[in-house]
Design a binder for this molecule. Structure first.
Ligand SMILES: [Zn+2]
Length: 425
């Protein structure tokens, strides 16, 4: 079925469902070029501003939760993925190897093998565990061109990923904490899961054969879901090849379900990479790897946010947070000065001057911008602005500095509200 047609005719409450591909183009967020290839979108400045904000948001939450970030390359030798098991169980989704002299290099299908090597590169004591290693990094999937579209089916993926290396006794607590981080991030983003899925292996050779491993990991994840108090359903044939996982399922405007966030317990890769830490007894012990993604891939989460908000993003995520509207050319220098002041304060601000049409036309044009600051002759002299909020509220003129400070506080909170009546601290 033609997806665009389908979406145009669907209603979400009394609001038409938004198609992120259509809006992404209309709002200049991202695009593709046949010469770059399908499934390889590029980000325009407004889309990049949203993405950058989200990336910093998630890194900040991770830092507070005890994660430390690394960078690792987006490709590796074929032997790396033979060791991890990807080559045996996941090869159909991987790009074919590139020959480089006597070596074969592969675009990575996941970040785990690199993180396992980083862990292995240094000795670790049990005192360092749990060791939480995070990276927002690229990975690649050889999707067929027929199924590619927008930001939801892509060949290059930026994943918000992390691996917690811990003792078997710590694994459940780490998974519970990861689920809590996911729930907090979803609340801030306004994302509402439709269900939690315990994803188990199915038939066939896609999964590593080790019944004991699957039983242990499944028992642990079941315990995690029960402790978290979330209702869940088990689904066969949805596990990772190396272990079961908890998938947090989201639905798009058309009701199609997809996995955004995930928590996995893995006994397999620590074995394959021969990972160990030194225990209190002075002997070597095998750690467990907890894989988790809080917001999934930036492509998928931004696609979802575009559809969820129809382009009217919460102020902290909006590509332009403030638009300065000088009534006439005479106030243009003041508008430019205030824009620079906003930029200095870390706010994303633009000027829409009289060359863009009447004030009414400019206000309509900027209707997705959370804060519209009108500057007339009187405001320009007093260093004040008359704020109009995106929801239609109009505030009395106030000192520009007060406006920026109150907007800045709201943006820093990553909340949904546009204005608070109490004065700023
Ligand atoms: Zn992983």
């Amino acid at each position: 079925m033609n997806e665009r047609l389908k979406n145009d005719h669907l209603l979400d409450g009394d609001r038409p469902a938004h198609d992120h591909r259509k809006l992404g183009r209309e709002l200049d967020l991202f695009d593709t070029d046949p010469l770059m290839g399908s499934g390889l979108p590029y980000w325009l400045p407004d889309g990049a501003a949203i993405r950058h904000t989200l990336e910093e948001f998630i890194r900040g939450r991770e830092r507070r939760a005890g994660y430390r970030h690394v960078y690792s390359p987006v490709l590796g030798k074929r032997e790396l993925y033979e060791t991890s098991g990807h080559w045996d169980h996941y090869r159909d989704d991987m790009f074919p190897p590139m020959e480089l002299g006597s070596e074969e290099m592969v675009l990575r299908p996941s970040l785990c093998p690199h993180h396992a090597l980083i862990f292995r590169s240094r000795p670790h004591s049990y005192r360092e565990l749990p060791l939480r290693m995070a990276e927002l990094g690229g990975m690649y999937r050889s999707e067929l061109s027929g199924v590619l579209g927008g930001l939801t089916r892509v060949r290059a993926i930026q994943l918000n990923d992390a691996h917690v290396f811990c003792t078997p006794e710590q694994a459940a607590d780490e998974a519970v904490a990861a689920l809590e981080l996911i729930r907090e991030a979803h609340r801030a983003l306004g994302v509402v899961p439709v269900r939690y899925r315990l994803s188990l292996p199915g038939e066939g050779g896609k999964y590593v054969a080790d019944p004991g491993l699957w039983q242990r990991a499944t028992a642990l994840l079941t315990d995690v879901l029960e402790r978290s108090g979330v209702p869940f359903e088990a689904a066969e044939g949805e596990a990772a090849f190396y272990g079961p996982k908890i998938d947090v399922q989201i639905a798009d405007g058309a009701g199609r379900e997809f996995t955004l966030s995930t928590v996995q317990i893995d006994f397999h890769q620590p074995e394959r990479f021969n990972l160990h830490y030194i225990g209190p007894d002075g002997a070597k012990h095998r750690p467990v790897m907890v894989h988790r993604s809080v917001i999934g891939s930036v492509e998928r989460v931004v696609a979802h946010l575009i559809e969820l908000y129809g382009g009217a993003f919460p102020a902290w995520l909006a590509p332009a947070q403030v638009v300065l509207l000088p009534i006439s050319d005479a106030e243009l220098p003041q508008a430019e000065r205030l824009r620079q002041r906003c930029l200095d304060l870390g706010l994303r601000a633009e000027v829409a001057g009289p060359e863009h049409g009447s004030l009414g036309a400019r206000i309509r044009e900027a209707r997705l911008v959370p804060y519209q600051a009108v500057i007339g002759a009187k405001e320009a002299v007093d260093d004040r602005v008359a704020l109009r909020l995106r929801d239609g509220r109009r505030l009395d003129p106030m000192p520009a500095e007060e406006a920026w400070s109150r907007i800045g506080a709201l943006v820093a909170d990553c909340g949904a509200e546009l204005w608070r009546d109490e004065p700023a601290r």
